[in-house]
Write a protein that binds this ligand. Structure first.
Ligand code: GDP
Ligand code: GDP
Length: 455
């Protein structure tokens, strides 16, 4: 049989939970030129340089997926972007800090042929303060003769320096073994779900849309910083917030509140944060500034949430600034540019005045409910049967592909697998998605439909 499909996953039928398990994140941190990018390429098993990445434009190249000894994890390369606006030290520190903040473990890279510099020492302080597990890589140890130099790096106080040649691969296996020994199996946040902990919300949006204002408004005085709670000390940036009588975990809020005062690389940071937050969250509240024309960055952030397979709520903020003219254009933008999330609940709020804050929780709950909806197979097939009878696939080349059977392979988000007697055109698949949504709701969630062709 020939498999053909679209969506987040075309993998094997997964009839059990289908819950998305976030991967642990390893941040590769170090001064420029110590060989971070070379090492990242080595870890992800690719040769091509990633150093030409430009901040902001290539958000999907910020994080890479890697596998070692059968374990999957993500690697974030915090280097590889231009250093010209700020002084080099400030830039390196900011870069490292963000990398560390968004990671579950840190791989600290030092150039063994140079030895520990003041900048290296400063980075060590940052890593220590974070409390995250760290592995020290003494890079550029290309041969036996330079191995002694690696030993000097014991002085950094980060434990055993692993002598590595990122360029030639020497020692990289031992290094990765050490990394996996300290990297958690999954980000600590996922334990919350397993135990039925608070739902995890990512508040995302481009800079200045009002994320921190909204957070302050909804949090009020009742803010609880998660790292005060037992078992969650790993990540100090999540906050528990009481809303509508329930506790919610707003992930990566430190990133929201601490404004990044960088011009160059600000997009890069925003992207990194957004994907880190999405990785941990179940639902994304995408904040958009209603008083301004929808920006490309807004739609990109929405796409990130959809592609990550998260439940989505679109919140238009700064509604206090709305006037008739703006409103007219806004409605058009929504029709034209937000078609990809037509299914997302929309709330029009003002973090300034508190307008419609009470609508946020119902919208989030609706989206999560859609995200977790499971349609029993019998019901789904009754629906498909009627649909196919009323609207058969157009005849192509004398043949008419038929949907034989369908099943929901997973939830969070809902994933469907349809077995068909021939290739189903994209237009027909979109039609099915539309009808599925009309019939079963799925408000606030992306859904995926893949098609298996049975000859
Ligand atoms: P980054 O700025 O930390 O990402 O550093 P790069 O990965 O761009 O590497 C900086 C330079 O060091 C490049 O010219 C690399 O080829 C070189 N380099 C990286 N790793 C090694 C290594 O293990 N041995 C040697 N001899 N050179 C290396
Ligand atoms: P962030 O970068 O997304 O966290 O945005 P901020 O919360 O820092 O807000 C950016 C600016 O927008 C600040 O000057 C806020 O006072 C302002 N702002 C935020 N929410 C609203 C709102 O609902 N109405 C108005 N008029 N201004 C707002």
């Amino acid at each position: 049989a020939l498999a053909e499909g679209e969506g987040f996953e075309d993998g094997d039928l997964d009839l059990e939970a289908g819950a998305h398990v976030p991967l642990p994140v390893l941040a590769v941190v170090g001064r420029p030129n110590v060989g971070k990018s070379t090492l990242v390429n080595r870890i992800i098993g690719r040769r091509e340089a990633v150093v030409e990445d430009r901040p902001g434009v290539t958000r999907d190249r910020v994080q890479y997926e890697a596998t070692w000894n059968g374990r999957r994890f993500k690697v974030v390369d915090t280097g590889g972007w231009e250093i010209d606006v700020l002084g080099i030290d400030a830039m390196v520190a900011a870069q490292a800090e963000l990398g560390i903040e968004t990671a579950d473990a840190v791989l600290f890279v030092v150039d063994a042929t140079v030895g520990a510099t003041d900048t290296d020492e400063a980075l060590v302080k940052l890593i220590r303060r974070s409390g995250k597990p760290v592995v020290l890589c003494a890079n550029k140890v290309d041969g036996q003769s330079t191995e002694a130099e690696a030993a000097y790096l014991w002085s950094l106080g980060l434990g055993e320096p692993y002598p590595v040649s990122a360029l030639h691969g020497r020692g990289s296996g031992d290094l990765l073994d050490a990394v996996l020994a300290v990297l958690p199996e999954a980000p600590p946040q996922t334990f919350g779900t397993a135990l039925g902990g608070p739902r995890r919300v990512a508040l995302i949006g481009r800079p200045n849309v009002g994320k921190s204002s909204l957070l302050n408004k909804v949090a009020g005085e009742e803010r609880v910083v998660v790292n005060e709670l037992a078992g969650t000390t790993r990540d100090p940036v999540d906050e528990l917030i009481e809303l509508g009588g329930k506790t919610w975990k707003f992930v990566d809020t430190a990133g929201i509140r601490r404004r990044v005062h960088l011009t160059a690389g600000a997009d890069f940071y925003a992207s990194l944060r957004t994907s880190a937050a999405l990785e941990k969250a179940e639902v994304a509240v995408v904040l958009i500034d209603a008083s301004e024309t929808l920006a490309e960055q807004d739609t990109r952030i929405i796409s990130m949430a959809v592609e990550a397979g998260r439940a989505v709520v679109v919140a238009y903020n700064k509604w206090d600034q709305m006037d008739e003219e703006r409103r007219y254009y806004l409605e058009r933008e929504i029709e034209k540019d937000l078609v990809q999330v037509q299914w997302a609940p929309r709330v029009n709020v003002s973090a300034l005045t508190g307008r419609h804050m009470e609508k946020l929780v119902p919208a989030i709950e609706t989206a999560l409910a859609g995200w977790e909806t499971r349609i029993p197979t019998a019901k789904l097939n009754a629906f498909l049967g009627e649909l196919v009878a009323a609207h058969p696939h157009p005849i192509r080349g004398g043949k008419q592909p038929r949907i034989l059977f369908g099943t929901q392979a997973g939830i969070k988000p809902p994933r469907f697998v349809l077995f068909a007697s021939g290739f189903l055109e994209a237009g027909y698949r979109r039609f099915i998605e539309r009808r599925l949504r009309e019939e079963f709701g799925f408000t606030g969630t992306p859904i995926s439909i893949s098609v298996r062709v049975r000859e």
